[in-house]
Write a protein that binds this ligand. Structure first.
Ligand code: PGA
Length: 254
């Protein structure tokens, strides 16, 4: 197991201010020992970010965003760039979530630009990758993952980026929003392959691989204990306080 275990809450377009405020007040119940054992990152909808980051004070919550623009042009109505969210308190940015690839038409070129803009502004990207059910059935999982990884890590100017933590979230698309996660046993070969791939690109121990897709407090432990898994990206489980706290406790090893 790596030295860090990330629990990253992707709140999507859900959760309202009242929920996030109750999260801040209820998190003070978790012991320092529990919170110190994990890297807890919350990615609320951006309109709430600045307020929450300010109000969280000394709570051990790190803040992130679900997307930043890859464009630097001023004439992009409705967009916001990485430097802006850094000013609001963000330290992490999701890049390439399957919902954005699928519904917002984010192409490999756009995602590579988002990744580079994030790092340039001082954010740590969480690069999401994953295959669809039909790609898996066609035994194309590793081909798809390799394309998604190389679109970012082999892109022009990647080598000129400042050194940063490499975090990849493997989220099989067929397990997102499903009744149950993929089992750790079923995805173990993918994690082993990702581990080798990232070792080759970045060197041993220089990267973190997270699992995402339908994890909750009852199913997280198998991933926490699995080889090469250094974190979880959780969607629905980040929007239910008891479940979220349960995931943190289960993965703190306390
Ligand atoms: P889920 O979402 O945990 O609700 O399946 C995960 C994600 O989309 O990152």
């Amino acid at each position: 197991m790596s030295d860090r275990f990330f629990i990253i809450g992707n709140c999507k377009q859900a959760g309202r201010l009242a929920y996030f405020k109750s999260l801040l007040s209820e998190f003070s119940d978790l012991s320092d020992e529990t919170m110190d054992a994990v890297d807890f990152v919350l990615m609320p909808p951006v309109p709430y970010l600045g307020l929450l980051a300010r109000e969280s004070g000394r709570l051990p919550i790190q803040w992130g965003v679900q997307m930043v623009s890859g464009r630097t042009d001023i004439a992009r109505t409705g967009s916001y760039n990485a430097e802006m969210v850094v000013e609001l308190g963000a330290r992490y940015a999701c890049v390439g979530h399957s919902e954005r690839r699928q519904y917002d038409g984010e192409t490999p070129e756009i995602l590579s630009a988002q990744y580079q803009q994030s790092v340039a502004a001082g954010l740590t990207p969480v690069l999401c990758i994953g295959e669809t059910r039909s790609q898996r059935d066609a035994m194309d999982t590793l081909v798809v993952l390799e394309q998604q990884l190389s679109a970012v890590f082999s892109s022009q100017n990647f080598d000129k980026l400042p050194k940063h933590d490499i975090i990849v979230a493997y989220e099989p698309v067929w397990a997102i929003g499903a009744k149950a996660p993929a089992s750790a046993e079923v995805v173990a070969p993918v994690f082993a392959w990702l581990h080798r791939y990232l070792n080759q690109c970045f060197g041993h121990g220089q990267h973190y691989i997270c699992y995402g897709g339908s994890v909750n407090h009852e199913t997280c432990r198998q991933f926490y204990e699995a080889d090469h898994v250094s974190g979880l990206l959780i969607g629905r489980a980040s929007l239910e306080l008891a479940t979220l706290k349960g995931v943190i406790v289960e993965c703190s090893g306390c």
